[in-house]
Design a protein around this ligand. Sequence first.
Ligand code: HEM
Length: 485
Amino acid sequence: MSQRVLTTESGAPVADNQNSASAGVGGPLLLQDQHLLEKLARFNRERIPERVVHARGSGAYGHFEVTDDVTDFTHAEFLDTVGKRTEVFARFSTVADSLGGADAVRDPRGFALKFYTREGNYDLVGNNTPVFFVKDPVKFPDFIHSQKRDPFTGRQEPDNVWDFWGHSPEATHQVTWLMGDRGIPASYRHMDGFGSHTYQWTNSAGEAFYVKYHFKTNQGIRCLSAEQAAETAGSDPNSHQTDLLQAIERGVHPSWTLHVQLMPAAEAAGYRFNPFDLTKVWPHQDHPLRRVGRLVLDRNPDNVFAEVEQAAFSPNNFVPGIGPSPDKMLQGRLFAYADAHRYRLGVNHTLLAVNAPKATSAENYGRDGLMAANAQGRGAKNYEPNSYGGPVETGRPLSAPLPVSGHTGTHEAPSHTKDDHFFQAGELYRLMTPDEKKRLVANIAGGLSQVTRDDVIERNLAHFHAADPEYGKRVEEAVRALREG
Ligand code: HEM
């Protein structure tokens, strides 16, 4: 085989890749050395802004296969036939740390899926937790600021973390979840995934259902204790990446079984919890799990930067038969993601191979912009309506309309009969075994006892007391023991 020739980016052969061109043997370098200039300039531009959250992650390709008929509830094409397969790209992530952070940390995990359906890409951008810390998107930037590095000390500060939670009683449920055994998954393969939000399905008769997604890991749940995590984060900061990559390379393909909880749209207003409150679950006795299909990951990306770093998921990428609910957090996210992608990757991020539709093509009049690579056919018009056979609208909304009433304003979310900030946090605590409770209390106390201000500690203790008096008492005693010890 003849040796391939090294070239510049415009394809000219490179004469010397070991020595720069200089004025004489020992003299300064020459501006005419195109290869050197291009190589240094290119290198300076290798990094792009990292994701503002979920910066650190791992991705893989695979497929979703329908195992059970759900056509009574949605007319989504990729779910319409038992046995139908759809290509998927998944990206799992930690939330708070930057790109160079360690994997084995106490933090929620992102669980983002892109289904390349024949009716466009459907993105389901969830977490490994069924609930979240806050329920209104206006609080999200403050929440994230309190969890990431402090602008003065440059470190994650227990004072900030707990100060925000102390002012956010609605976070008590998710804090209980995060500080419990599932707070540090052993790997991305050994955790469940949740859509977390309530979404809407619409069937072919136009009937609407609210839906929650649960991806149950078929590998079994495995978690790390705080001590195991500290050891793993130190010895292999890339532990989750290593695990996913190597499992797929070995042919051990991780899989998850998708179940949904469904609620006819008409029942939402009378439900005992606000069904659109992201800090609450729908108890399974109210809405049992119904199996839908199986997600399998079986192919590693060829290039982490091109396919994982440049992957762009947006909760606003719906397909016919699936749409948003009035969940306020979800509504905020419908804006935030594509906006982040335009900043991080540019307006033409949807043309990148990992983000472009694979089972259909994008047909619209969006044109040009930085790095436009979608040359249209000669004579294709860039306006609509036109008389030249360009793409036209269907007149069919993707999902059923959401009912609205009342006046505009900055309203608190509607409160249902069983709604308060603490009931479900207490239920979660009471479900735990004695050993799980012990570890939960120790984990909370380990963090809370590092807080420097008594009023911040008191506000947080009040939340645990409100969730369950025993829970509050045990956390209070453990914090006191650590602070006095
Ligand atoms: C109002 C609330 C939220 C806002 C404004 C928000 C915003 C963002 C932004 C800007 C990114 C970075 C996107 C990028 O640069 O590609 C992101 C990533 C992500 N968010 Fe959120 N987020 C919110 C809540 C949530 C919730 C509730 C979940 C889970 C249920 C979630 C899951 C994720 C995941 C999984 C990623 C990483 C996606 C990927 O792998 O590329 N976020 N979020």
